[in-house]
Design a protein around this ligand. Structure first.
Ligand SMILES: CC(=O)SCCNC(=O)CCNC(=O)[C@H](O)C(C)(C)COP(=O)(O)OP(=O)(O)OC[C@H]1O[C@@H](n2cnc3c(N)ncnc32)[C@H](O)[C@@H]1OP(=O)(O)O
Length: 326
């Protein structure tokens, strides 16, 4: 019995996909791509090699995308001598001294991005890793760890606070900044239009930061991008939006979500590594909140360990904060 989570598509669907491929590419035989060998692997109680790996080895590089034939697509191969991320072997990743930004670029974006892009991803991860115990996510994690729960429970309890008000506005910021910049709206038209619709501008506003107490993380991201990116047009637009919102209220700064959202648009558009269609898809699907989720997991895990190491007792919130009503 094939589980959808273990070996990939069951044999009949594998064969079906392979048959369609061999009919499309007469130079490729079904033996070449290993489809007729499923029972052989099963008899030896081994995982069959992934079909796409076989196929990509035999198809000419100009072949159309065959991935559409497969209900399961992978970018991590575990069937060869060593695991590969989007076709790049682990040894090559280690030997080239690549970092976690490169791994993210391979696994999320399915391509090797230039070093300044992967460095930018790494800076996002480093800067968003933690923001102290009072932020929503850390607070939840701490309370959960102190209730005696395990690492995973404590981590996810914190992660579940990530959303439109806390760390989860990067995708929406990117969507809006892209739409309004590409559509030629002025910052004034954008902000006032949002106000009319009763929607807060994603990427703008902070609970603590103010116009006269800027977010250092935003400044560091902007400095890196201004120095290394070929173009920062979306970021400059976001800064113009901030200038306008700050003229309305001192808390309406460009926050870290807005900075990452606008700068990632610049990375996608300026690197020359993505087609317009791919950029639209990345923004529409919403890849970018993943950066905050991944980054903040580092800090939340640290908060869990702190509580365990310090043997902190069950948390109880101070009575005096609570207004009791009838
Ligand atoms: C790492 C991070 O978490 S960064 C934050 C990511 N989230 C966003 O970018 C979403 C948009 N921003 C917001 O929703 C808010 O600014 C928050 C949640 C981040 C902070 O909110 P708070 O400091 O609690 O501000 P509060 O909710 O009290 O709002 C104060 C005033 O500013 C206005 N305001 C706050 N943010 C915005 C915004 N993004 N756009 C328009 N107006 C805003 C509010 O309408 C409110 O005005 P009102 O009292 O006249 O209604």
């Amino acid at each position: 019995m094939h589980s959808p989570y273990s070996l990939g598509p069951p044999p009949n669907r594998r064969l079906d996909g392979c048959n369609r491929i061999t009919s499309l590419f007469p130079s490729v035989s079904i033996t070449d791509i290993g489809c007729n060998r499923h029972s052989e692997f099963e008899a030896e109680n081994r995982d069959p090699p992934s079909i796409p790996n076989f196929i990509f080895r035999f198809l000419p590089s100009s072949s159309p995308d065959v991935s559409q034939f497969f209900p399961f697509q992978i970018s991590t191969s575990s069937s060869g001598e060593e695991p590969c991320y989007a076709g790049v072997p682990m040894s090559s990743i280690v030997e080239q001294g690549l970092g976690v930004g490169d791994v993210i670029s391979l696994l999320w974006f399915k391509r090797s991005l230039p070093r300044y892009c992967t460095k930018f991803i790494e800076i996002c991860i480093m800067l968003c890793a933690d923001h102290g115990p009072c932020a929503s996510g850390a607070h939840n994690t701490i309370v959960t760890a102190r209730a005696g729960k395990d690492l995973v429970s404590s981590l996810v309890s914190g992660l579940l606070t990530i959303g439109p008000r806390f760390g989860g506005a990067i995708d929406d910021a990117a969507r809006y900044f892209k739409d309004v910049y590409d559509g030629g709206l002025t910052p004034y038209e954008f902000v006032e239009g949002m106000k009319k619709k009763g929607i807060r501008v994603p990427g703008i506003g902070h609970r603590i930061k103010r116009g006269d107490n800027r977010d250092k993380r935003v400044e560091l991201l902007q400095l890196f991008a201004r120095t290394n990116f070929p173009s920062v047009k979306y970021m400059e637009y976001a800064v113009q939006v901030e200038t306008y919102t700050l003229s309305k209220a001192n808390n309406l700064v460009l926050n870290v979500d807005g900075a990452i959202g606008s700068l990632f648009l610049d990375l996608l558009a300026g690197s020359g590594m993505f087609t317009k269609q791919e950029i639209d898809e990345i923004v529409e699907i919403g890849y970018l909140n993943g950066l905050f989720v991944l980054a903040r997991s580092i800090g939340l895990i640290g908060h869990t360990f702190d509580q365990k190491r310090l043997k902190q007792p069950l948390y109880h919130h101070p009575w005096e904060d609570v207004l009791y009503t009838k």
